[in-house]
Write a protein that binds this ligand. Structure first.
Ligand code: ADP
Ligand code: ASP
Ligand code: MG
Length: 815
C-alpha cells in the first residue's frame, strides 16, 4: 500500500489533474493507492480572503465565491464526459451553496471565529477531492472517496489542531480493513474534533494528512507529489543554482522544513519516521525525475551540509539586565509567558554571562509578546534590574543543515566569513543542540544575497559568481565587454568564475538586468535604456544587493570617482582605470584604501599606471614581501612616448600630436598628457603604493610646453598654438640630436622627491630604445640595488587597458 499526496499546483486545473490521474493509474496497477489531495492552487488563500471580507461587511466576497464556483465547475466539465456531468455539477453547486450560507452568516454577524474559519477553509479540499475522485472513477471502477474528517480526529485548537493519534489510528485502520478498492481519494488538510466540528491541520497540512494515513496503515511508501524535482539544496525560487537533494535523512529533512523549506510541512516527518516509512518527494510535471528519497539511511555524501533554508518575517526579542545574572528561573518565566500566549519560539540564544537572552518569533506575534514579557517582568523593570525588552523586526533566519556537520570543524567559521565578506550583518547566532544546524539571524533585505552566497560557498564546487556594474563604455569599455564575452566560458570552466554584467551605463543612458545582460546585444539594450544618473545607478546597485558585486569605472570622470566611497561602504568592490581618485588628496586616497579594508571590498586600479602592465601589482607584492622601494625611474606616458618617438625633421610636432589623438593614444583633452599632469598622477600613485605619503603639488613638473600653449581654451586653440610655437619644439629636437640623445618624458622618485619632465636620454640608458607607445618602469629597492626591477611593454591603447581592467576583475574572483 502506498500513500500519494498531490499539492495545490499539481491539481490546479483539469490539465494538471489529468497528469495526476495518469500517475495514480500507473501506480494502482501494482499496489493499493491512497490519494490525498490539496485544494486547487490558491483556493485556500482565496477562501480566507472571502471570509475576511464577509466578516468585514464587504459584499465583494460574493464575487470571490462566484470565481471559485466557476473554477471548480470548469475543471469538472473538462474531466468528466458530458453525459455524466449533470448530477456531479449539481453536487458541486450544493457544496458551494453551503459555503455561501456560511459566508452570509459571517457577513450578517460581522464576525469570523477561528472555528468558522476552519469550516470555511475545509471547502477547498472538499471540492478538489470530490472532483478528483469522480474523475478517477471514470476509468478506474475500483476507486472510492473517503472524507478525512471521519478518520482524523483532533482537539479543537482551530487553525492548527493537534491530532489524537490513538483514536485516529484506530479509525483509519478500521476503515481500510474493510475497504477493498484499488484507489481511495481523500481530502488533505481537514479533520474534525471529537465532537464532530471541522478542524484543520495548519496551512500546508495536506502533507501531514498523507503522513498520518501512511503511518496508521504501515504503508510501504509515502510520496509527496509537488511542482519541483524534490527537496532542493535551497529554495529554488530564490537560489537559481539550487539542486535537488537525492537522499536525505528524516532528521535533516525535518530540520530543513522547520527552517522554512516549504516543500514539506514540518510535522509530516514525525509519523513516518516512527514507522520507518520511506518518503519520496516527486514532481508531478516531471515524474521521470528521481526526486528526493528521505529515509533513515541516506547515501553518504562528502558535503557535510545538506541544504540551506530560511524563515522570513522574524522578530528578535532581547531581554537583558543585571537582574538576570545567576537568578534561576528568569528563562523559565520568559518561556512560560510565551507559551501561555501560544507564541511559538523559533530561535533562542543566551549569552554565557546570562546577562541577556534573545528569542526569535514570528513578526505577527511580536506585539503580544512584547506586552506580555514586559508585564511578566514588571517588578524587575521597575527596579531597573531588567530593561524593557528590545524588539527588532523584519529579520530572517537562515540555517545550514546537515547531519554530519558536527564531525566537521570550521563550518560555522566558513559560514560567517562568507556572510561577512558580503557585508551581511549577523544579528544573532545559534547552533542547534543536535548540531544538525547552524542558524543566524540577518536582515530581511540581505536574505537573497545571503542564501546565494552560502549556496555558492557550500554547493557550487567553488564556482564564484561576480556581478559587474560597468560605468563608461567608450573605446576601452567596449573592448572590455568584448573580452568578457569571449572569455566567459573559459573562465567558468577553468577558473570557476561566473562573470555577469548586471548594469552598463554611458553618460546618456543606463540599463540594469538582474539576470545578467546579454553580451551580444548590450549596445542595443543600452541605447533603449533609461536616462543615466550616477546617484540612481548607486541606489540601484545597493537595492539589488547582489553578492560579489563589483563597480567597474571605465570613465575619466571626476563625479564617477566620487562614487567609490558609497560602493565600498556597501562592500561593493571597485575596479577602475580612472586615475582621479587615487591621485586626489592623500587623505582621500587613504580613506578609500581604509574603506576597502574595513568593508572587505577590493579596490583595484592596476590600469592607472601602464595600462595592462602589472606595475601596481608588482609594487604591492614587493612591499608585502618586505622590500622597500628607494627609487623609481619611469616613462609612463604611452602618448608622450609615441609623440617623441615620431617627432623628427619630417613630422612636425603639431602633426604627431594630432596623429596620437586620432589613434586614441591621448586623453580627449591632449593637454592632460602634454602638460605632464597625467604622468605626474601616475608616478604619484606608484609612490603612494610604495608606502610614501605625497600629494600632487609636491611633484616638480617643468613643462616643455611654452606657457601660452597651456593657456589655450579649446583643442583648436591648442593645436594652433603648436603651429605657432613650432620653432620652440624644433629647437628641443635639434638639441637632442646634438647631444646624441633621444627625448623621453621621464618620471622620477628618489630620496623622497619626485619630478616629471622631458629629458635627453643617452644611448646607453635603458630608456633610449623604448619604442612606440611603450612604457617602462625601473624600481630600485633594498633587494634590487644595482640592477633595477624592470617592467616594460605597451602602456596605452584600448585593448591592453581593457585587459588590465579584466585582470583586476579576475584577481577579485580568485580571492
Ligand atoms: P504543494 O502545493 O505541492 O504542497 P508547496 O508550494 O507547499 O507545494 O511546496 C513546494 C514549493 O516549496 C516549491 O515550489 C518551492 O518554491 C518551495 N520551496 C522552498 N524551499 C524549498 C526547498 N528547499 N526545496 C524545494 N522546494 C522548496
Ligand atoms: N490547501 C491547504 C493550504 O493551502 C493545505 C495544503 O495545500 O497542504 O494550506
Ligand atoms: Mg505544501
Amino acid at each position: 500500500m502506498k500513500v500519494l499526496k498531490f499539492g495545490g499546483t499539481s491539481v490546479a486545473n483539469a490539465t494538471n489533474i489529468k497528469l495526476v490521474l495518469d500517475i495514480v493509474a500507473n501506480k494502482a496497477k501494482q499496489d493499493k493507492i491512497i490519494v490525498v489531495v490539496s485544494a486547487l492552487s490558491k483556493v485556500t488563500d482565496t477562501l480566507h480572503l472571502a471570509a475576511a471580507k464577509a466578516a468585514a461587511n464587504d459584499e465583494s466576497f460574493k464575487e470571490i465565491i462566484a470565481d471559485i464556483e466557476k473554477m471548480h465547475l470548469d475543471t469538472l466539465k473538462q474531466l468528466i464526459p458530458v453525459s455524466e456531468q449533470s448530477g456531479l455539477l449539481s453536487h458541486v453547486k450544493r457544496i458551494i451553496n453551503h459555503l455561501e450560507t456560511l459566508l452570509d452568516g459571517c457577513y450578517l454577524l460581522g464576525e469570523l471565529s477561528a472555528r468558522t474559519l476552519d469550516t470555511i477553509l475545509s471547502f477547498g479540499e472538499l471540492l478538489s477531492s470530490y472532483i478528483i475522485a469522480e474523475a478517477l472513477k471514470q476509468n478506474l471502477k475500483s476507486s472510492s472517496y473517503k472524507d478525512s474528517r471521519e478518520l482524523i480526529r483532533t482537539n479543537n485548537n482551530f487553525g492548527k489542531a493537534t491530532v489524537n493519534f490513538d483514536v485516529t489510528n484506530l479509525l483509519i485502520a478500521e476503515f481500510f480493513s474493510f475497504n477493498k478498492d484499488q484507489v481511495v481519494v481523500m481530502p488533505g488538510f481537514i479533520s474534525s474534533s471529537t465532537d464532530g466540528i471541522s478542524t484543520t491541520l495548519g496551512r500546508g497540512g495536506s502533507d501531514y494528512t498523507a503522513a498520518i494515513v501512511a503511518a496508521a496503515l504501515d504503508a510501504s511508501d509515502l510520496e509527496i507529489w509537488t511542482d519541483v524535482n524534490g527537496m532542493f539544496t535551497a529554495n529554488p525560487k530564490i537560489v537559481k543554482q539550487a539542486q535537488p537533494i537525492a537522499t536525505i535523512s528524516y532528521q535533516e529533512a525535518m530540520e530543513l522544513s522547520h527552517f522554512g523549506a516549504k516543500v514539506l510541512y514540518p510535522p509530516t516527518i514525525q509519523p513516518v519516521l516512527q514507522k520507518n516509512i520511506p518518503l519520496y518527494i516527486k514532481n508531478t510535471f516531471s515524474p521521470e525525475e528521481e526526486g528526493t528519497y528521505i529515509s533513515n539511511n541516506p547515501i553518504a555524501t562528502t558535503n557535510p551540509v545538506k541544504g540551506i533554508s530560511h524563515i522570513e518575517k522574524i522578530t528578535l526579542i532581547t531581554l537583558e539586565g543585571s537582574g538576570m545574572i545567576g537568578v534561576t528561573g528568569s528563562s523559565k518565566r520568559l518561556f512560560e509567558v510565551l507559551s501561555q500566549m501560544h507564541i511559538n519560539v523559533i530561535f533562542i540564544t543566551q549569552a554565557s554571562s546570562e546577562h541577556s537572552i534573545c528569542i526569535g518569533i514570528q513578526n505577527e506575534d511580536a506585539e503580544i509578546a512584547e506586552i506580555a514579557i514586559n508585564k511578566a517582568f514588571e517588578i524587575e523593570i521597575d527596579q531597573n534590574k531588567v530593561d524593557p525588552c528590545i524588539v527588532e523586526q523584519n529579520l530572517c533566519i537562515i540555517a545550514l543543515v546537515g547531519e554530519n556537520m558536527k564531525n566537521h570543524q570550521g563550518l560555522s567559521g566558513k559560514m560567517f566569513s562568507t556572510l561577512g565578506k558580503n557585508n551581511v550583518n549577523i544579528r544573532a547566532i545559534a547552533q542547534g543542540a543536535s548540531e544538525r544546524n547552524i542558524s543566524a539571524v540577518i536582515n530581511e533585505r540581505d536574505v537573497k544575497k545571503a542564501l546565494n552566497t552560502l549556496h555558492e560557498r557550500f554547493f557550487e564546487d567553488n564556482t564564484k559568481q561576480l556581478n559587474l556594474f560597468v560605468m563608461g563604455v567608450g573605446n576601452v569599455g567596449e573592448k572590455f565587454m568584448e573580452q568578457i564575452n569571449q572569455q566567459r566560458k573559459f573562465l567558468k570552466e577553468n577558473l570557476k568564475i561566473n562573470l555577469r554584467i548586471i548594469a552598463v551605463s554611458n553618460s546618456r543612458k543606463m540599463h540594469f538586468d538582474e539576470d545578467g545582460i546579454d553580451l551580444k546585444t548590450w549596445q542595443a539594450v543600452l541605447a533603449d535604456g533609461e536616462p543615466a544618473s550616477q546617484q540612481e545607478f548607486v541606489s540601484k546597485v545597493k537595492k539589488l544587493n547582489l553578492r560579489n558585486s563589483i563597480f567597474v569605472d571605465i570613465t575619466a570622470n571626476q563625479g564617477v570617482s566620487q562614487l567609490y566611497e558609497q560602493f565600498l561602504k556597501e562592500s561593493v568592490g571597485v575596479v577602475t582605470c580612472n586615475k582621479i581618485a587615487c591621485a586626489s588628496e592623500f587623505s582621500n586616497y587613504k580613506h578609500l584604501k581604509n574603506l576597502s579594508r574595513q568593508y572587505n571590498a577590493p579596490f583595484l586600479f592596476e590600469t592607472n599606471v601602464g595600462a595592462g602592465l602589472p606595475i601596481i601589482d608588482t609594487v604591492k607584492n614587493l612591499i608585502a614581501s618586505g622590500d622597500k622601494v628607494n627609487k623609481i625611474q619611469a616613462v609612463l606616458s604611452g602618448s608622450l612616448n609615441f609623440i617623441f618617438n615620431n617627432f623628427d625633421e619630417k613630422n612636425s610636432f603639431h602633426d604627431v600630436v594630432k596623429e596620437a589623438g586620432v589613434q586614441g593614444f591621448t586623453e580627449p583633452d591632449p593637454t592632460i598628457d602634454l602638460s605632464g599632469i597625467d604622468v605626474a598622477r601616475k608616478i604619484l600613485i606608484l609612490i603612494r603604493e610604495s608606502g610614501y605619503t605625497m600629494d600632487i603639488e609636491e611633484i616638480a613638473n617643468e613643462s616643455f610646453l611654452p606657457p601660452a600653449c597651456l593657456q589655450t581654451k579649446s583643442n583648436e586653440e591648442f593645436f594652433a598654438s603648436l603651429i605657432e610655437y613650432a620653432a620652440h619644439f624644433d629647437g628641443i629636437y635639434q638639441e637632442a640630436l646634438s647631444k646624441d640623445s633621444r627625448l623621453k618624458y621621464v618620471a622620477q622618485f628618489e630620496n623622497g622627491k619626485a619630478s616629471v619632465g622631458l629629458q635627453f636620454i643617452p644611448k646607453d640608458h635603458p630608456f633610449y630604445n623604448l619604442e612606440g607607445k611603450d612604457n617602462i618602469v625601473l624600481f630600485y629597492t633594498d633587494r634590487y640595488v644595482d640592477q633595477p626591477l624592470l617592467i616594460k611593454g605597451a602602456g596605452a591603447g584600448a585593448a591592453v587597458t581593457a585587459s588590465g581592467i579584466f585582470a583586476d576583475v579576475i584577481r577579485i574572483g580568485n580571492v
